[in-house]
Design a protein around this ligand. Structure first.
Ligand code: HEM
Length: 456
């Protein structure tokens, strides 16, 4: 792990270009081509200097990654500036130190183990609903379907099933997240409320509408307190949990946390699923094996495929940390306030970490779990993604349902590029697909209609 030190500063080699040029290279899609070249050129970590962010050391080596993720939060912590401010002071993204670890202890168990089973049916329902109108034999983009189904699934898992509340939240949450994340990258003066149509006023308006729905849902849940233990949604769970000193989470913090879960949990998963479609259509043999496995009731290859899609097409680019004091990290000495960027693409494409790293080969993960500190799509350490197990379940159920219901036509079109959409990286053409409904799926649809007709 990194340690505090008084040694003279020794940063990894720095890119000698004006800050603005570095911004163009690293804050746009160019970074996916530039970072591997720089890494090869310097043979290890390197330092970049970006406007607003400042000096940033880019790492991917397994030992340094392990050191960063296992260092105490007294020395290195996750910056709270961007996402924290967008979701509010009660969000996990805004909390630090002891307050942050206490919150994680309350939130994490609800997204793991037995609890996940409760959400599986929600996901399958949403997949069937969103794909019901998919055209056959005609190319279309699948990313918007993935976005709708992951938004609906995480909203039902988070807020419960009251349809009118979900309808209002479906209108309010997308602009709240998009505008909120965008505004936090702007100078403070732009964020003010200057008349009805200014971005600051519109953001505040969406937030007021969001809070009004949450207040109503909380009041309603408290009015029927005996029913709370039976409910599986996050709002009900967060109302019941207590910190070690017996205190509940305040209502305002619950609202911030619920917004965080929806925001962190849908565009990421949707983009990852879109990448799965993009990869599978370019690997017909794998597609057939996966379909055979689904028909036989298996899941091992599907799980390995999810790991491999996440390895070669991570939807989040990096974990970011900041030094709080001067620290020694491996052979380097970083002054206080230096950013450390754990670059997922570099780690995932490194031939030190993987054999034949650039080949898409899910079989590498058959019978094994991804290696620690070398497979990083969910980050690591005390900030590792709270929703990792939930996202994995959601991707598994979605792919299982899609493969059972549809035949995806393979393609020899060039790979889709990487498109950064504000939070997540998605396929540049939205993961184009051509599908045909599978005959047995047509049959099962007819059966369910017949059952429905019979029972009505
Ligand atoms: C494929 C889908 C997802 C990916 C790739 C992903 C990735 C990540 C990454 C890279 C981080 C930062 C970790 C770090 O700084 O080291 C993170 C944090 C987080 N994610 Fe996810 N995520 C996904 C889905 C979800 C879902 C479904 C939820 C909620 C249900 C969620 C909730 C969170 C939260 C609350 C944090 C902040 C954790 C903390 O700072 O303690 N994520 N995620």
């Amino acid at each position: 792990m990194a340690t505090a030190t008084t040694e003279p500063v020794r940063l990894p080699p720095a890119l000698r270009l004006p800050k603005m040029v570095q911004a163009v290279l690293f804050l746009t899609a160019l970074q996916y081509r530039v970072a591997p070249r720089l890494s090869r050129h310097y043979g290890g970590p390197f330092t970049i200097n970006l406007p607003v962010f400042g000096k940033t050391v880019v790492i991917h080596d397994r030992d340094l990654v392990k050191d960063v993720f296992s260092t105490s939060f007294d020395l290195i912590e996750r910056p709270t500036k961007v996402l924290g401010q967008a979701f509010g002071p009660g969000s996990t993204f805004s909390l630090l130190g002891k307050e942050h670890s206490e919150r994680r202890k309350l939130v994490l168990p609800n997204f793991q183990g037995r609890r996940l089973k409760n959400y599986e049916q929600i996901v399958e329902d949403e997949v069937l609903r969103e794909t019901a109108k998919w055209p056959e034999g005609k190319e279309f983009e699948t990313l918007s379907t993935m976005t709708n189904l992951t938004l609906n699934a995480i909203m039902r898992a988070t807020f419960g099933e009251r349809a009118d509340a979900l309808d209002e939240l479906r209108v309010v949450i997308p602009p709240l997240i998009t505008l909120g994340s965008l505004m936090q990258r702007m100078p403070p003066i732009v964020r003010g409320e200057y008349g009805r149509w200014s971005p600051g006023s519109r953001l505040a308006g969406y937030r007021r509408r969001f809070d009004a729905v949450i207040d109503e849902l909380i009041a309603e849940a408290r009015a029927d307190i005996d029913a709370l233990p039976e409910r599986g949604d996050m709002l009900a769970l967060l109302l019941q949990v207590r910190y070690e000193d017996g205190q509940p989470i305040s209502d305002r913090h619950i609202a911030d946390e619920l917004l965080t879960l929806v925001a962190a949990g849908h565009e990421t998963t949707a983009s990852q699923l879109a990448w799965a479609v993009e990869r599978l259509r370019r690997h017909p043999r794998l597609l057939s094996r996966l379909t055979e496995e689904v028909d036989a009731g298996g899941s091992e290859l599907r799980q390995a495929t999810i790991y491999e899609v996440q390895r070669l097409r991570s939807t989040i680019a990096a974990s970011l940390r900041t030094t709080k004091t001067k620290v020694r990290l491996g052979e380097w000495v970083l002054p206080a306030d230096t950013n450390v960027m754990v670059d997922f693409q570099l780690a995932h494409e490194s031939d030190v970490n993987y054999t034949d790293p650039e080949t898409f080969n899910p079989d590498r993960f058959i019978g094994t779990t991804p290696p620690s500190f070398r497979w990083l799509p969910f980050g690591g350490g005390i900030n590792r993604c709270v929703g990792a197990a939930f996202a994995n379940m959601e991707m598994d159920i979605t792919l299982r349902t899609l493969l059972r219901e549809f035949r995806f036509a393979p393609t020899d079109a060039p790979d889709e590029g990487r498109n950064f959409r504000g939070v997540a990286i998605a396929p540049s053409k939205g993961a184009l697909a051509v599908v045909y409904r599978r005959p047995q799926a047509k049959q099962s649809d007819r059966d369910s209609v017949a059952v429905a007709d019979h029972s009505s």
